[in-house]
Every structure is written in C-alpha cells, then in structure tokens.
Ligand binder design. Structure first.
Ligand code: FES
Ligand SMILES: [Fe+2]
Length: 406
C-alpha cells in the first residue's frame, strides 16, 4: 500500500511502547565468535532465557535455561560431546532437550521422562539466530537477505549495540532520517525529503532524498566537484523485525534487532561500505580498517542515538499517559506494523492447537503456548517467561516419547 509522504501532525499511540513481539521470526542472539565449541552461554529473547551451547563438533543447540529436575539454570552447566550437563546433579540433556543420562541412576533403571524445551538455532552471517516461536514455522520463515556478505568488494563492519529502551523506540530511530540535527558533522548529508512510502502488514519501505556537498561528496565518490550539491536516495526497509537501509552504491546497513525485555533491546548490525581500494589491500586491511571505522566513526554516531533513545524511554516511564506528536508518516506506519505483528501472533496463538498445525506431532512438543508471556506487557506485572519445568516432566514413563532406554 502506498502512503502519502506529506509531513503532518499525528498523535502517537502509546500502546506501541508496551507491545510484545511476534516470536515467529528468527532473532539474533550472539555473534558466532562469542561461542566456541564446548562452551555454553545464556541469551535472552523477549524474556525467554535460553542456554545456548556449541557441542564439541561445533553444532549449535538452544535449550530453555531451566533444568527440568529442580529448575537450575542450564547455562551454569557444562558441555560434554553433544550434551549439556546440568551443574547441580549432572543430568544430561541432548540438543532436543531430552534427559538422556543421570550419573547416579543405576544402569538397569529407566530414565524418567524429563524434557526441556529446545529452540531452532542457526548460524548465518557470523551471527547466531534463535527462533523463539512455534518451531513448526521456523523452516518457512526466511532470514534477512544479505548479498554483500559474500561480496569481497564490500568492507564489513560488525556493530554491537545495547539500549535501555523498548524495541519500538529503537526501531523508530532507524526509520527516522530527520534526526540528522543530532549527528551534525558526523552525518555528511543534509536536507532529507521523504519521497516514497509503502507499507504492508510486515513491512515499511521509505525512500528519502538527501543532499551532499563539500569534502564528503568527493570522499564517498559521489561527485568529482565538492562545491556542488549532489542528491542521493537513502532507502530504509523495515521487514519485521529487522532493517536494511542503504545509500545507493555507497553503504548498506543490516540491522538485526533483538528485543530482550520491555525496556532493554540489543542489535547485531552489519554495515557494508564500498571502499575504493584494490581487493588484495582491502583484504589485508580488513580487520584493522573495520575496527577503526567502528571505533572512531560509527561508535560516536551510535552513542548519540543511544542517549536520545534512552532519554525518550525514561520520559515515557515517568508518565505513560503523556501525549506525543509525530509528523513523519513513516514512523506512524512503522508503529502500525509493530502493533499489527503482535496482534497477529496473539490471534494465531489463541487458536486451538489443531487449527495451528496439521502436523500430527504438534501436540507432542512444548508449543508456543508455553511462552504466552511473550505477550503484551501492558498489564501491571511483567511475566517472565520460564515455562514451568514441572509441567514438562511426565512421571508416567509409558508416555515418554523417544525415551532412549525405553
Ligand atoms: S537441578 Fe539439574 S540436575 Fe538437578
Ligand atoms: Fe542516528
């Protein structure tokens, strides 16, 4: 749907500051280099704590971070082969979350049916991704497409970021090209004009025309003459829940968003820059150049954004009824998508399980209904999602599916 690009006054719906996520997407949880073979670490996707481990063969596994014996956090344990051993009594879990060993149980005795939820997990673009929603949907949900990742002509700069703010505030910052006032000299371009805006249920695409003049036009190779004004298009595509923003042939930013809690968000971004150097030189300089650009240019830029985003969150928390005015229709469109995606998830998860899947195995595994607290946090209390591990233990051994000893 094409939307008007006129800047007009509209009231912000404060509900967007309280909304939950649609978990039926892939979310980034760590840089691949943060987790070596044989290591385990805790990660959080919208209040679901997950023990992420890489087995000794290098394969990734993601289990709910609560041992089904007594609830001890599994990330405190250790990796042995392809198993994760709980730190307390040493119960052993495989990558599917099934208890496959208890060190003090006599050999002839059958294991209890104890199981912890497991999550689909993948490594892509040097990032580890988890699918926190309905596992049956994981295969059909695509990852963001990042063609520059395998193209040696682009310099890649990984950008980590943490914000003490709701993900809607962070997402609006990325869509909002009009805050160039904040970045002043760091930004390079001026006079942004919204020229095109499209929205669907899951996507907002905005194009802004921006102007360059001076040394920046020459540095970026936009023009030989620095004294003339050159215009370029900045395209910003929000495809729930991640971003791609690009400046025609000069740079491209893939911003992968991780909502952690109602007022805490992380991002794992990949910035690609067209650097005018021979490939062999670029390859040699790559690690150094990438760190230099991050440390001395992009980090300053990001710090300025973080300060604004966190200030916005604090004012909101001080008075949730305060009214705000927005004039950029792209921000209003973005808010609609964020709310719509959450509503879509609520609708899907309120249907009976047999309406959600035709797969006969659907009822055998802990489903997305175990994670209802992914929902809206508008209620008084914030429900932390740790599916009750007791519910996952079936003491009737006869009902235990796939019991390795049964
Ligand atoms: S609490 Fe995990 S093995 Fe006992
Ligand atoms: Fe910014």
């Amino acid at each position: 749907m094409e939307l008007a690009t006129t800047l007009t006054s509209q009231t912000v719906q404060n509900a967007v500051r309280e909304v939950g996520i649609n978990p039926n997407y892939w979310y980034p949880v760590a840089w691949a280099s943060q987790l070596q073979a044989g290591q385990v670490m805790p990660v959080v996707v919208w209040q679901q704590v997950i023990a992420l481990y890489r087995d000794t063969n290098g394969n990734l596994h993601a289990l709910e971070d609560a041992c089904p014996h007594k609830g001890v956090a599994l990330h405190k344990g250790q990796v042995q082969g392809d198993r994760l051993l709980c730190a307390y009594h040493g119960w052993e879990f495989n990558g599917e979350g099934q208890c496959v060993g208890i060190p003090y149980l006599p050999k002839e005795q059958k294991l209890p049916c104890a199981r912890v939820r497991s999550y689909p997990v993948r490594e892509k673009y040097s990032i580890i991704w988890v699918f926190p929603g309905d596992t049956h949907l994981a295969e059909e949900i695509p990852f963001p497409d990042v063609p520059e990742f395998d193209d040696p002509n682009w310099l890649m700069v990984p950008i980590p970021a943490r914000f003490q703010a709701h993900f809607s505030i962070c997402n609006e910052n990325t869509m909002d090209v009009f805050h160039g006032f904040l970045h002043k000299n760091l930004q390079g371009w001026f006079n942004p004009v919204l020229i095109n805006l499209q929205q669907t249920d899951a996507e907002v695409c905005a194009e802004y025309q921006v102007s360059y003049q001076g040394w920046m036009t020459k540095f970026l190779g936009l023009s030989e003459q620095g004294d003339q004004v050159t215009t370029r298009t900045v395209s910003i595509r929000y495809r729930y829940p991640h971003y791609n923003s690009s400046l025609e042939g000069v740079s491209s930013l893939y911003l992968m968003r991780l909502p952690v809690a109602p007022t805490f968000t992380q991002s794992f971004s990949l910035m690609f820059l067209k650097v005018r150097l021979p490939q062999w030189l670029l390859k040699a300089l790559d690690p150094w150049l990438s760190k230099f650009i991050w440390r001395f240019l992009l980090k300053q830029f990001l710090d300025q954004d973080v300060e604004m985003i966190e200030s916005e969150q604090q004012t909101y928390l001080g008075n949730r009824q305060r009214r705000y005015v927005e004039i950029n229709p792209a921000i209003i469109a973005l808010q609609r998508v964020i709310i719509r995606q959450y509503e879509k998830f609520v609708q899907q998860s309120s249907q009976p399980p047999n309406h959600q899947h035709t797969d006969s195995q659907a009822s055998e595994e802990p489903s997305v209904s175990d994670s209802q607290s992914i929902g809206c946090v508008a209620s008084d209390s914030i429900r932390v999602n740790r599916a009750n591990p007791i519910e996952l233990i079936n003491l009737d051994e006869g009902n235990c599916k796939g019991d390795p000893k049964g």
